[in-house]
Design a binder for this molecule. Structure first.
Ligand code: AMP
Ligand code: GLY
Length: 424
């Protein structure tokens, strides 16, 4: 079997490494992949948003199956285009990817099907948005409708700040067309949980839960990033909560999508907040999360490719989705200055101990050497019998990685560990 994986970050590296465990797979192409992925797949310089380029490559290389990992190509219809050429895919169609592509769509879906989420209103007119903010007061949350590289959410502490955010998004168009419509919603509080789930549109099998660390600084301070580290499982997410989420959120969501004629197949990501009034959906993503995937997939015991194919052909119910009874921690090493300005081009030296699990996110290969080429450079993952051991091991292995201008948080998993101790 020849497989094509669209994307080129740490998430894609984790997916490719897991897929390689399946003996049926003889060849994996990564489009575009990156310098680190190059040691596990053949990287081809085709941009993940170049749908025609992806389709042409897949046809020309007799690809048997495609995994489309990032949001952009999914929202642009990569799966529809590949399917049209007879290539089966893991990932939702364009019609289903709208669950991430439009926050106005996802909020309206939740309201229509009584799926718990923050109360909200949507606007295309700036004056009406201002009036709503005045009436609601602060804190309040402003969200651009479309994809905005994870930056389209502003948590406003004051009415003034909220209005400025609306002005920036709707008038100055800092997120482009993504800002034609906005969602203004209630500010919620509580621990956050990420749950990725496999679905074939009819049944849904959640993966092990995880916790992201989105802020750049220790103690959850500083700017929002793509994610600075993760742990799994998330100790706040108890078996009772998992049961509740299945009945109130997961099943209702895939049933709602089917009722809307937008059957969702692939990985559906639930960003949840555990509020005092129960779990609520903060966001849906139409794909694997990054860096959640870097802790979730190493814990997957069942075969990833078998599960992916079952999602595609509607037989997920018959397939085992089992996770190891262990814990994982991923610490992201970024370029100093990320998520703002940073320098790249520094040589990366990796340990050669055969035991460090490293997923490369932003690196270039030049004459056999790796050089930094992105904000998030790599993730170091450890799997151990307890959360404490996984965290300690991950940080131990971080010490074995070297590149100039490296920055990482020193408190990944700390909150989870505290929660676990309070519970015990
Ligand atoms: P998103 O880009 O939708 O993942 O949002 C980024 C982050 O903003 C989330 O992970 C939450 O921490 C926070 N957030 C989003 N919506 C809300 C809300 N309604 N109340 C409080 N925090 C929120
Ligand atoms: N870690 C959150 C995301 O992938 O959007």
């Amino acid at each position: 079997m020849k497989i094509l994986v669209v994307g080129g970050g740490g998430r894609e590296h984790a997916i490719i490494k897991k897929l390689k465990e399946n003996r049926q797979i003889e060849k994996i192409y990564a489009l575009p992949g990156n310098g680190g992925i190059a040691s596990d797949a053949e990287c081809v310089a085709i941009n993940a948003k170049d749908i025609q380029g992806i389709v042409n490559f897949a046809k020309g290389h007799a690809v048997d199956y495609a995994v489309v990992a990032p949001d952009d190509p999914l929202v642009l219809g990569a799966v529809d285009a590949l399917n049209m050429e007879g290539i089966p895919c893991f990932g939702p169609t364009k019609a289903a990817a709208v669950i991430e592509g439009s926050k106005v769509f996802s909020k309206n879906l939740m309201k229509k099907y009584h799926i718990p989420t923050a109360s909200y209103a949507t606007f295309s007119d700036i004056e009406n948005a201002y009036a709503y903010i005045e009436q609601q007061g602060a804190p309040i949350v402003i969200k651009a409708d479309g994809l905005a590289l994870g930056k389209g959410v502003i948590l406003a502490k004051t009415v003034e700040e909220a209005k400025n955010a609306v002005y920036m998004i709707m008038k100055e168009k800092v997120f482009g067309e993504s800002g034609n419509y906005i969602v203004i919603e209630e500010f919620l509080e509580g621990p956050e949980v990420s749950v990725l789930a496999f679905t074939d549109g009819k049944s849904i099998k959640p993966m092990i839960s995880s916790m992201d660390h989105k802020r750049a600084g220790n103690g959850d301070t500083g700017l929002n990033t793509g994610g600075m580290g993760t742990v799994a499982p998330n100790p706040f997410y108890t078996p009772d909560l998992a049961e509740q989420c299945m009945h109130e959120i997961f099943l209702p969501t895939i049933n709602a999508m089917r009722s809307e004629g937008r059957e969702f197949r692939g990985c559906l990501y639930f960003g949840l907040m555990l509020t005092q009034n129960g779990p609520k959906v903060i966001e849906y993503n139409c794909r694997f999360g990054d860096p959640e995937t870097q802790v979730v997939l190493p814990l997957l015991e069942s075969d990833l490719f078998t599960i992916m194919q079952a999602c595609t052909n509607g037989s997920l119910e018959q397939v085992d989705v089992r996770f190891k009874k262990e814990c994982a921690c991923c610490v992201v090493l970024a370029s100093e200055g990320y998520p703002q300005k940073y320098k790249t081009g520094f040589e990366i030296v990796l340990p050669n101990d055969g035991e460090s699990e490293i997923y490369i996110a932003g690196a270039k290969l030049d004459q056999g050497k790796l050089y930094t080429a992105g904000g998030r450079v790599l993730g170091v993952t450890a799997v151990e019998s307890t959360l404490k051991r996984a965290i300690d091991k991950a940080y131990e292995n971080v010490e074995k990685v070297h590149f100039a201008n490296a920055y990482y948080r020193i408190d990944i998993g700390k909150k989870a560990l505290l929660a676990q101790q309070t519970e015990a």
